[in-house]
Design a protein around this ligand. Structure first.
Ligand code: SF4
Ligand code: SF4
Length: 216
C-alpha cells in the first residue's frame, strides 16, 4: 500500500511539473476545484495523493528529522487558525491583480511549493498542512462533511498511539478519557499512514461518523 501511494503521488507530481512547464497552471487549479467537490464524498484525497506540496514535504520532513533541525512547537501567531484563509485571499488577489495590471501570471503554486519546503524544514508537516497552506482552508471546509473517511473501529483499538505518531496532519489522536483513537475528518488527508502502522487493523475507509470526537 505504501508503495502504491508513493507511486501515485510521484505520477501526479510529474503531471504537475508538466503542466507548469507548459504554462497550464490554470488546468491544475481547475483540478483543485474538482477535488473540492470530491472531498464532499471521499474526503481530502487531493491533500493525500494529488498535492505537489504534500509529495515534496514527505522527503523534506524525513531530512529535517534526520538533521534534527525541526521543532515540534507551533508559532504562536498561527494559533488562531485564520492564517490559511488570509493566505488564500492574498494569493487569489495577487494572481488576479498581476494578471490585470501587469499582464503576468505569477507562479503562485511554485511560490507555495517553495514555502512548504522551507516551513517543513523547521516545523512539523501539520503546521503547514493545518495552519498555513491556503489550499487547505477550503479542503478542510469541504472535508469536514465528507461522506466517507478513514475511521477507527473502537472495539479493536488498543490506544497504542502508533497512528498518532504516523499522521502528518495531527488528524488522529488517542483521547485520555476512553484511550481510543479518534479521527478529525476535517484534517484527515486519507493518506493511509495510520492504517499502515496500526497493529490491530483498526482503521478502515468507511462511511463517516460526523459526530465523532475531534482529535485535535
Ligand atoms: S494504531 Fe491502531 S490500535 Fe493503536 S491507537 Fe491507533 S487505531 Fe488504536
Ligand atoms: S488520520 Fe490517518 S489517513 Fe488521516 S491524515 Fe492522519 S495518517 Fe493519514
Amino acid at each position: 500500500m505504501k508503495y502504491i501511494v508513493t507511486v501515485v503521488r510521484l505520477l501526479l507530481l510529474a503531471l504537475f511539473v508538466f503542466l507548469i512547464v507548459q504554462g497550464k497552471m490554470m488546468l491544475w487549479l481547475g483540478l483543485f476545484g474538482i477535488s473540492l467537490l470530491a472531498a464532499l464524498i471521499f474526503g481530502r484525497i487531493y491533500c493525500g495523493y494529488v498535492c505537489p506540496m504534500n509529495t515534496v514535504m514527505v522527503p523534506v520532513d524525513w531530512i529535517a528529522k534526520k538533521l534534527k533541525i525541526q521543532t515540534q512547537k507551533t508559532p504562536k501567531w498561527l494559533g488562531k487558525g485564520y492564517f490559511a484563509w488570509i493566505a488564500l485571499i492574498v494569493s487569489v488577489a495577487a494572481m488576479l491583480l498581476s494578471k490585470r495590471f501587469l499582464h503576468v501570471n505569477i507562479p503562485i503554486l511554485l511560490i507555495w511549493l517553495a514555502l512548504a519546503v522551507l516551513v517543513t524544514l523547521r516545523y512539523s508537516p501539520a503546521v503547514f498542512h493545518n495552519l498555513i497552506c491556503p489550499f487547505s482552508a477550503p479542503q478542510k471546509l469541504f472535508g469536514r462533511i465528507a461522506r466517507r473517511s478513514r475511521m477507527v473501529d473502537e472495539t479493536a483499538c488498543i490506544g497504542c498511539k502508533l497512528c498518532e505518531k504516523a499522521c502528518p496532519s495531527d488528524a488522529i489522536a488517542v483521547t485520555p478519557e476512553d484511550k481510543k483513537a479518534h479521527i478529525n475528518i476535517a484534517l484527515c488527508h486519507q493518506c493511509t499512514n495510520c492504517r499502515q502502522v496500526c497493529p490491530k487493523d483498526a482503521i478502515c475507509y468507511t462511511r463517516s461518523q460526523h459526530k465523532e470526537k475531534s482529535a485535535v
